[in-house]
Design a protein around this ligand. Structure first.
Ligand code: PLP
Length: 426
């Protein structure tokens, strides 16, 4: 048990909120801020800010670059953060690669595959060529779509995708139809950043493996919101960003299966990732260093480790239960209004606390503006997952997303704000 959770594993949100001074902000003519945009980026608790500041104040040096005491301390802090990430995911620390964010982690895999394809064609399972296929879904964030389109272009492989149902679920029959012996890689989101849908990734991964494909899971929207164990998921790669999980900007991670990382050529090259360098050739360090060129992101890694400690102290089961309750209240509140269409599942089953919707007769940007006037911060637009708009023939949607510091009163403020938008545009 910890300071913020009761024995019933409920979060003590009033006490949590004290760790986030930004939530005391007043905005737009002195309205209290209601922050419902954590799917874009979460707020950061003092514990994370303090950890990063303490690193800069007392230990700052280039990790893995020097033998003086500060460099040793920086290296130790950086590697200890790697251990925290590994423990949080049920992984081995040697299989955790620090990246700038989830986007870079996905690009790392995509470029490693195309580099492997260019330098050792036919070297399965890491190479692709004409006739091979990459399978994604229609609900991917652009970060888990565009790199695969580009990889297909570079290698001559074909990109295929599984569709989504009217209810906002993955159409598993279309996934199974698209999957076949030509499929070399399946890239799928664990939780949609628009629909809130949680995909059955363990089952998808085992079907993909049976077909001989590698599996990458985009956990950018799930790792912060549910207990997650990479061995249970059964994927080959998993990616996420720290800034969506109470951590700092500028760091994320790739988890990869050891035997695959060991075979993968580097993506970004330079210092810190080499074994020996001569004027005409270079050999590379083993993973994870092979994929971490440049001075390591030690302060950010320390901040990420502090975020993991914070979440672990809350307990991910309690985090999940808290968000499920807020989702239930939001879906109920929206169902009580006229003219609302939820873009995504309307039950709490297998869905996270990200709720997108449209309001009849009002453009999503206008809904967002009325909410903003009342201090309620939501996101409007295509949320970097444009094909979902095409799927449902909508120009955009309004998205409310919740986290550990949100309360039922925040849901009430959202619903009241939508009602005033409806009155304003009536
Ligand atoms: N994948 C999903 C599902 C996301 O929601 C996001 C960001 O919103 C990303 C990937 C990319 O994350 P980042 O911009 O931190 O790299």
């Amino acid at each position: 048990m910890n300071a913020h959770s009761a024995p019933t594993a409920r979060l003590d949100v009033q006490s949590i909120k004290k760790d986030f001074p930004i939530l005391d902000r007043r905005v737009r003519d002195d309205k209290p801020l209601v922050y419902l945009d954590s799917a874009a980026t979460s707020q950061k608790p003092l514990q994370v800010l303090d950890a990063e500041r303490d690193f800069y104040l007392r230990h700052n040096a280039a990790a893995h670059r020097g033998a003086h005491q500060l460099a040793e301390e920086a290296t130790e802090a950086y590697e200890s953060a790697r251990q925290s990430v590994a423990a949080f995911l049920g992984a081995q620390e040697s299989d955790i690669v620090f990246t700038r964010n989830a986007t870079e982690a996905i690009n790392l895999v995509a470029y490693a595959l195309s580099n492997a394809s260019a330098t050792r064609p036919g070297g399965a399972p890491l190479t692709l060529g004409p006739g091979d296929e990459i399978l994604v879904t229609e609900m991917e964030h652009h970060a888990n779509l565009v790199p695969w389109q580009q990889l297909a272009e570079r290698t001559g492989a074909t990109l295929r995708w599984a569709t989504i149902t009217t209810e906002g679920r993955l159409d598993e029959a279309s996934f199974d139809r698209a999957l076949g012996e030509r499929t070399k890689l399946v890239a799928v989101t664990h939780q949609s950043n628009v629909l809130g849908t949680i995909n059955p990734v363990a089952s998808l991964a085992s079907r993909a493996h049976a077909a001989g494909a590698l599996v990458l899971v985009d956990a950018a929207q799930s790792v912060a919101h549910q207990a997650l164990d990479v061995t249970e998921l059964g994927a080959d790669f998993l990616v996420f960003s720290a800034h969506k999980m109470l951590g700092p900007n500028g760091i994320g991670a790739l988890w990869g299966r050891q035997e695959l990382l060991a075979e993968m050529p580097p993506f970004i090259t330079g210092g810190s990732m080499i074994e020996t360098v001569r004027m005409d050739r270079t050999t590379f360090l083993p993973p994870p260093q092979r994929f971490e060129a440049g001075v390591p992101l030690a302060p950010q890694a320390v901040g990420l480790a502090a975020a993991i400690t914070y979440l672990s102290d809350l307990g991910m089961t309690a985090v999940e239960a808290h968000e499920a309750e807020l989702t239930r209240l939001t879906l109920e509140g929206l169902a009580g209004l006229k003219g609302i269409s939820v873009v995504g599942p309307v039950t709490t089953e297998d869905r996270g606390a990200t709720v997108s919707f449209t309001v009849d007769g009002i453009h999503p940007h206008d809904v967002g503006q009325v909410l903003d006037d009342q201090g309620v911060a939501v996101r409007t637009g295509h949320h970097c997952a444009r094909p979902i708009c095409d799927r449902y023939s909508i120009p955009a949607s309004t998205r409310a997303s919740f986290y550990v510091y949100n309360t039922p009163e925040d849901v009430t403020a959202l619903i009241a704000g939508i009602e005033s938008a409806q009155r304003f545009f009536a």
